[in-house]
Every structure is written in structure tokens, then in C-alpha cells.
Ligand binder design. Structure first.
Ligand SMILES: Cc1cc2nc3c(=O)[nH]c(=O)nc-3n(C[C@H](O)[C@H](O)[C@H](O)COP(=O)(O)O)c2cc1C
Length: 268
């Protein structure tokens, strides 16, 4: 499917991680819309999204009432990767963020959860194949009344709302020489969510390209791969470029680089 870039671009600044959910089922029309986007937004062969409309088990872990604990979610989406693919992490990040932004556009609350869930239970309810793993999940639903207080408290702890300025993230072509699409793409990428809000992405701007790298040597024991975070930023870059009339193509790269976006068509 084509990226519905206008709706997803509007969703980017509105999205916030929500961890406490009201005990209210997701409206049928919204569930249908989510089922459709999970089936149709599959830009990579190695990543897919599985909607679980009525989870029978609580798969979320974490300290009750504290960081990482999701409670009361009436539905969830599992982000599943084919572990045989070397690009699985960025593919899951890119694909999952499309699902998250579509949910946000529909008025649903979400939260990427990469660490505080049971991968074994998630794999069982999402019926994954032996070569696949659930790399992350998101609850889907409506925020519990008063939950913004908890999120606000956690925000202070985790500084969730803060993002690094572009001056700390970007190298290459000087800011005064950036075409409009580059600024739009980087502004959108800067707002992307990342595990622990670590914002591991670094961007290099050259003529007609933006290259994403991860900020430090990738540690294979880390629960959530920085390449997954960078996959999320890839989608944001593309959405920003599309809103400026620029289509591009991705080339996936070896660590610590992640991927390069190259302008293919400029329509204005
Ligand atoms: C890949 C990924 C994994 C995450 N894992 C967790 C998690 O396990 N538990 C949790 O409470 N939040 C998790 N988060 C949410 C981040 O903490 C949150 O996105 C970040 O602090 C920025 O806040 P915001 O999403 O409200 O903008 C994760 C986010 C991403 C992108």
C-alpha cells in the first residue's frame, strides 16, 4: 500500500506512549481499519504485524504502576520478524511505526513495548512460525482517565517528551544548504519514538541523500536493537519527504550505518 503520508505526518506530533488503558473495547470500525493496515502495510518481506483483537493473556510485564508496565489494554498488535533476514530489525521498526501512526490517526492510544513483555506468550497468541520472533508489541485502546498523570510523572523520570536538537544529530551538508524536503524529513525523524527515548539515530545529509547510522557500536545483548529504533526513524524521514513532494528509495547498509534514502522523484 502507498504511505498515507498526510494522515501519518499529522499523527507524528500527536503520538505519545500510553501505558494505562480504559476497560473499553476498541470500536469495531477501528479494529477493522487496524486489521486492514496490518494486512496491507507490508513493505518488507521480513516483517509483519498481527492484530490480536481480544488477548486472552496478559503479556505485559514491568513494575506495576511503574516504568514499562502496560495495564488494561483491550487489544494489541504484535510486530513479528523473520530472524533469517539480516534486515529484520529495521524492517520491523519501519513496518511497526506505520501501524502505530495509523492507530494514532484513528484516535487510538499505543506504546511500543520491546522489553517489558513475554515474547513466549506473545509468540503463542500471534501464532508465529519457528523462524519468526515477536520483536515488540503495542497495546491498542483508549487512555484510562487520569493516566496522563502517570505518563507525566514517568515523562519526568524518563524525559520522554524531550528530543535532541538536530544540531546534535546531523552531519554533512550545512543546515543553510538543506533543501525543504531535508528539513521536513529530519524534523519528522527527530520526533520518532525509541526504546528508553535513547534516540540512537544520527543523520548525514549529502546531495539528494540522507544516511542513517546508529550512534554507537551495536551491542547484540541489548534487548531492543538500535536498528529497530532507526527503522522507525526511516519511516518518519520518508513521511517528511513525501509531504514535501519528494519520493525516494531506501538502500539498507551494514552496521553501524543502517540505511540511505535517495531522492527518486521530486514533484514540486
Ligand atoms: C522499540 C521501542 C521499544 C520500547 N519499549 C518500551 C518498553 O518495553 N516499555 C515501555 O514502557 N516503553 C517502551 N518504549 C516507549 C519509549 O520509552 C518511548 O517511546 C520514549 O520514551 C519516547 O516517549 P514517547 O513515545 O511518549 O514520545 C519503547 C519504544 C520503542 C520505540
Amino acid at each position: 500500500m502507498d504511505i498515507p503520508f498526510s494522515a501519518w505526518h499529522d499523527a507524528i506530533p500527536r503520538r505519545r506512549s500510553i501505558r494505562d488503558y480504559a476497560a473499553r473495547a476498541v470500536e469495531t470500525a477501528d479494529l477493522e481499519a487496524m486489521r486492514r493496515v496490518c494486512a496491507e502495510f507490508r513493505p518488507f518481506a521480513s516483517a509483519r504485524s498481527v492484530l490480536v483483537a481480544d488477548p486472552t493473556e496478559d503479556i505485559f510485564r514491568g513494575i506495576p504502576g511503574g516504568y514499562g508496565k502496560v495495564s488494561g489494554a483491550p487489544a494489541l498488535v504484535a510486530f513479528v520478524g523473520d530472524m533469517r533476514s539480516p534486515d529484520v530489525q529495521e524492517a520491523v521498526g519501519y513496518t511497526g511505526e506505520g501501524i502505530i501512526l495509523e492507530a494514532t490517526a484513528l484516535g487510538l492510544a499505543t506504546c511500543w513495548v520491546g522489553g517489558f513483555f513475554s515474547p513466549r506468550r506473545a509468540a503463542a497468541i500471534a501464532s508465529v512460525a519457528p523462524n519468526e520472533r515477536v520483536l515488540a508489541v503495542t497495546p491498542l485502546g483508549y487512555p484510562k482517565e487520569g493516566s496522563s498523570l502517570k505518563e507525566r510523572a514517568m515523562s519526568r523520570f524518563g524525559r520522554n517528551w524531550q528530543r535532541r536538537p538536530l544540531s546534535e544529530l546531523v552531519s554533512g551538508l550545512g543546515e543553510t544548504q538543506w533543501p525543504g524536503w531535508v528539513r521536513a524529513a529530519l524534523e519528522a525523524a527527530r520526533l520518532a519514538p525509541s526504546a528508553m527515548n535513547r534516540q540512537p539515530w544520527r543523520f548525514r545529509v549529502d546531495r539528494d541523500t540522507i544516511t542513517i547510522s546508529a550512534d554507537s557500536i551495536l551491542n547484540p545483548t541489548m534487548v531492543v536493537s538500535k536498528r529497530l529504533d532507526c527503522g522507525i526513524a526511516m519511516l518518519h524521514i520518508e513521511i517528511g519527504a513525501l509531504t514535501s513532494g519528494v519520493r525516494g528509495r531506501w538502500e539498507l547498509l551494514k552496521s553501524p550505518q543502517v540505511a540511505r534514502f535517495r531522492v527518486a522523484v521530486e514533484s514540486r
